[in-house]
Design a binder for this molecule. Structure first.
Ligand code: GLN
Length: 203
């Protein structure tokens, strides 16, 4: 099982730690650059993307994390985490990791609908709908050719995957359904195997 670092600067990181432990992963809280040394994968929780981005920049963590994600380390971002992963954030130049080939609109469901819950079809993780909790949630408005849309609400993308990158607008860590966390740890195993195969091919 992988060692998953959960970015613990701000937001709903404790719930991700608990869900990851429940699916059998080892977990590490990432608060400073040195904490990321032994991790195989990263989770970026929901919270406030401007705050998390600012703290990442202040802690000199943006560039080293970006390098590791670009070299294939699996990452899962929920809500603010999704925003930080996107290359383009509509109307904002806030600090970000910018590794996911997608455009995101923050707070896309408007002030009237701050939070809501929905039964979402996510065929990638099974046939039963996923009970998804949205809190001041973003939507993805454009995706690059390599990005797969895993779930939509009213034709708007709310879960996507691009190679080693998984991102959702909603918060699976706030419900007992562990399928997305299990899917992510499965992704970690597959990415690790690919890296090993690449290494072997280069020898
Ligand atoms: N609206 C927040 C942002 O823009 C995200 C909300 C969340 O993570 N629940 O960062």
């Amino acid at each position: 099982m992988p060692t998953v670092g959960v970015l613990a600067l701000q937001g709903a990181f404790r719930e991700h730690l608990a869900a990851l432990r429940r699916v059998g992963a080892r977990t590490v809280e990432i608060r400073r650059r040195k904490h990321m040394e032994g991790i195989d994968a990263l989770v970026i929780p929901g919270g406030e993307s401007t705050t998390i981005g600012k703290l990442l920049a202040e802690g000199d963590m943006l560039d080293p994390l970006k390098t590791r994600l670009q070299s294939g380390m699996p990452v899962y971002g929920s809500c603010a985490g999704l925003i930080l992963l996107c290359k383009t954030i509509e109307g904002s130049d806030q600090p970000r990791l910018g590794v996911l080939d997608a455009t995101v609109r923050r707070n896309a469901f408007g002030r009237q609908v701050n939070s809501f819950e929905a039964k979402l079809a996510v065929p990638e993780i099974g046939t039963a709908p996923f009970h998804a909790v949205f809190i001041r949630a973003p939507v993805i408005t454009e995706v690059g050719a390599g990005v797969r849309i895993l779930a939509e609400i009213d034709g708007r993308a709310v879960a996507v995957r691009e190679n080693n990158i998984l991102a959702t607008s909603f918060h699976p860590e706030l419900t007992p359904d562990l399928r997305l966390h299990r899917y992510f740890t499965g992704m970690c195993g597959a990415c690790a195997k690919q890296a090993l195969d690449r290494e072997r091919a280069n020898v």
